[in-house]
Design a protein around this ligand. Structure first.
Ligand SMILES: [Zn+2]
Length: 238
């Protein structure tokens, strides 16, 4: 085993000499013993994790606030991993806009190492990524929500249904107020017909929850199709 570890370390040193690794957030070089391929320990230590109780409180607040606006909301429970600020925010932005789909491996490794309850949350569930509109997908060459759902699916050994929810129209949400966002996304998602049992526990997956408008519209689409146990999972929350 020791020989194997020494061999691995030798190749790591050689590989780092040829292709130096840097932290995608602070751009500083990563040491040979760095736990991750694209993130330094200093940046990682600044991430503020959100525990189960804090997640429950947060999603309950989303429920109250949305229902106070007269909107019906159709999800049971919500779970989120960390606050959308500082290094965590830059990490999500890099994954989303800078072709950083390679980051997902580090992100899943971080979640594993943190002992976060994501694994329990997705157990016995069907993962459904928030759909990305065709134009956005072409622009970025990948869908970050599918990427997250796929990786979680492998990590937690649960199935994923990528084409169950579809986006009917383009829905740019940036720079809109909460009310405008809720109106903008109201009817843009559709849950396709399928032979999936309607009692299946569904977990809708997104990278970040801001006002919740997009995710709640997805939950409504699932509810209209007859699913009654719909839940939400996001990496970060703002
Ligand atoms: Zn860093």
């Amino acid at each position: 085993m020791e020989v194997l570890a020494k061999g691995k370390r030798f190749w790591r040193i050689l590989f780092d000499a040829l292709f130096p690794r840097t932290c995608v957030i602070c751009q500083k070089p990563l040491g040979i013993d760095s736990s991750y391929d694209h993130l330094c320990d200093r940046c990682l230590s600044s991430i503020i994790w959100t525990n189960v109780q804090e997640s429950e409180n947060l999603f309950n607040r989303y429920k109250w606030e949305t229902e106070e606006r007269g909107q019906k909301i159709f999800f049971n429970r919500g779970m989120t991993c960390w606050e959308h600020s500082g290094a965590a925010r830059q990490l999500i932005l890099a994954m989303k806009y800078k072709g950083g789909n390679f980051l997902i491996r580090d992100i899943i490794a971080m979640i594993k190492q943190s002992g976060h309850h994501v694994l329990d949350f997705v157990k016995n569930s069907l993962l459904v990524p928030v759909p990305t509109h065709y134009f956005k997908r072409v622009q970025r060459d990948y869908s970050q929500t599918e990427l997250i759902a796929d990786s979680l699916s492998r990590y937690a050994r649960v199935p994923v249904a990528k084409k169950l929810l579809v986006c009917k129209n383009h829905c740019a949400q940036t720079n809109l107020t909460t009310e405008e966002r809720l109106l903008n996304v109201k009817n843009i998602f559709r849950c396709n017909e399928s032979n999936i049992d309607k009692s299946t526990r569904i977990v809708i997956v997104d990278d970040v929850i801001t006002t919740g408008a997009t995710l709640f519209a997805c939950c409504t689409a699932m509810h209209r199709r007859g699913f009654r146990d719909v839940n939400i999972l996001t990496l970060s929350h703002s």
